[in-house]
Design a protein around this ligand. Structure first.
Ligand SMILES: Nc1ncnc2c1ncn2[C@@H]1O[C@H](COP(=O)(O)OP(=O)(O)OP(=O)(O)O)[C@@H](O)[C@H]1O
Ligand SMILES: [Mg+2]
Length: 276
């Protein structure tokens, strides 16, 4: 059995891989890389009754991977470049030969993946961490699920300047409900729920449009959205609107948040990132 561990900037995930099949997934949150990796590894073993002798090796990736020693509890560890891990995970979960991957984590990385070539196209600092950071100051809230629940009842029209605010008709393929400028209206009467929705909307509109441009530039019509932000229900709805406007398909795998750990677990030894 191989354990793939992804030490993310916010959350650490671990998966077990047996004969090319992902058999288990766990996640944990800790302050530093070593505690995170050891904690996720321990949780995987204890919760699933796995013995140390069952583990062949540990494949480690993510922001904190460089801080992990060559062995963990006597089992050798291998470093996998994060871009490569996301690429392999995205190809595996999409079941496609070529795909654009938008990995929505704390920040967002956009990757073009083919079976034999993985390219880091770019990305944005706008991601899940942006939702948490802005919510802390603008809403006085730090719990992700509570922020999302609040945003569900929000009204964007009090926060965003919509096309209908400045035009009487549609503008090419944009309708009157389209955002002309995020947060540009910001009425004094806007409720906290409206601001919460404005934050989530801005983050996913940025991610959606970057994904569309990336996909079009590579002649690929499908984007797989991975990372913890891959299955955010409001995010999925916003990306669906963008999908219809720009004819780019977004897919949201169940194991989205484990994509990077899965890619690490499935990769060969000593895989490096490929930057072109
Ligand atoms: N229960 C939760 N607790 C904390 N963050 C959550 C939760 N649910 C969703 N999130 C969101 O997920 C984001 C982290 O996503 P993810 O775990 O994919 O990133 P990461 O791998 O830690 O970071 P990166 O890949 O950017 O280094 C947080 O910034 C937050 O917006
Ligand atoms: Mg990540």
């Amino acid at each position: 059995m191989i354990i793939g561990i992804d030490i993310g900037s916010t959350i650490t995930k671990a998966v077990s891989v047996e004969a090319g099949v992902v058999t288990r997934q766990v996640k944990t949150k800790a302050m530093d890389a070593v505690t995170s990796a050891a904690g996720a590894f321990g949780k995987m073993l204890i919760e699933n009754n796995i013995g140390m002798k069952d583990i062949e090796r540990i494949m480690i990736t993510g922001a904190g991977a460089g801080k992990i020693p060559d062995t963990l509890f006597g089992i050798s560890t291998e470093n996998v470049g994060e871009i490569t891990a996301i690429g392999i995970g995205g190809i595996f979960l999409s079941g496609r030969e070529n795909i654009i991957i938008s990995n929505v984590g704390t920040g967002t990385a956009i990757i073009e993946a083919h079976r034999n070539k993985i390219v880091h196209i770019g990305g944005s600092g706008v991601g899940g961490g942006t939702i948490l950071g802005l919510s802390k100051k603008l809403l006085g809230m730090s719990n992700f699920n509570e922020i999302m629940a609040l945003a569900e009842s929000g009204n964007l029209a009090t926060v965003d300047l919509l096309l209908g605010d400045i035009m009487n008709s549609d503008l090419s393929f944009l309708n009157k409900e389209s955002t002309a400028s995020n947060f540009a209206k910001m009425l004094d009467s806007a409720a906290l729920a409206d601001i919460a929705l404005g934050i989530v909307n801005m983050v996913y509109q940025v991610i959606g449009m970057l994904s569309v441009f990336a996909a079009r530039s590579r002649n690929i019509d499908t984007v797989i959205v991975t990372g913890n932000g891959g299955n955010n229900p409001i995010g999925v709805r916003i990306l669906q609107i963008i999908s219809e406007m720009y004819a780019i398909k977004f897919c949201h795998p169940d194991s989205a948040e484990y994509t990077t750990a899965i890619g690490a677990g499935l990769s060969g030894r000593n895989v490096q990132d490929i930057f072109l």
